[in-house]
Design a protein around this ligand. Structure first.
Ligand code: AMP
Ligand code: ZN
Length: 115
């Protein structure tokens, strides 16, 4: 827990997100500014600021988050039409919340390459 981190405040319950799923390791909630009909964020409960801060010990955690994103894509009905999983790291990628998170986007055609 990092006290000035928005997503840590969601993990602690200080701020209530629109939660889609929760377990001991992760929290999944709807993005407040959705960029597609399906846009959820999958975050670890553990504070990790950026992808650069991941360690070997986080491999299973990140794998679980990835698999959960795919499950939510299936449950949301976008698995067959297609979806995108994105993790932004630092300024050039536009990371705005410094607590690692995975975006799941789907439900519309997603252009490539992004921005
Ligand atoms: P990034 O730009 O990759 O760091 O993504 C941060 C995401 O967090 C953005 O898509 C924001 O819309 C989203 N976000 C910021 N504040 C909130 C909030 N209070 N509840 C849900 N999503 C949020
Ligand atoms: Zn945090």
């Amino acid at each position: 827990m990092t006290t000035d981190c928005l997503f840590c405040k969601m993990v602690s319950g200080q701020i209530k997100p629109n939660t889609v799923y929760e377990d001991d390791d992760m929290l999944v909630f709807k993005d407040i500014n959705p960029q597609a009909p399906v846009h959820v964020l999958i975050i670890p409960k553990k504070h990790i600021a950026t992808l650069n801060d991941l360690g070997q010990g986080d491999a299973q955690l990140i794998g679980k988050m990835f698999l959960k994103a795919v499950k939510i894509a299936k449950d949301s009905g976008v698995a067959e039409s297609g979806f995108r999983i994105i993790m932004n790291c630092n300024a050039d990628a536009g990371q705005s919340v410094f607590h690692v998170h995975l975006h799941l986007l789907g439900g519309r055609f997603l252009r490539w390459p992004p921005g």
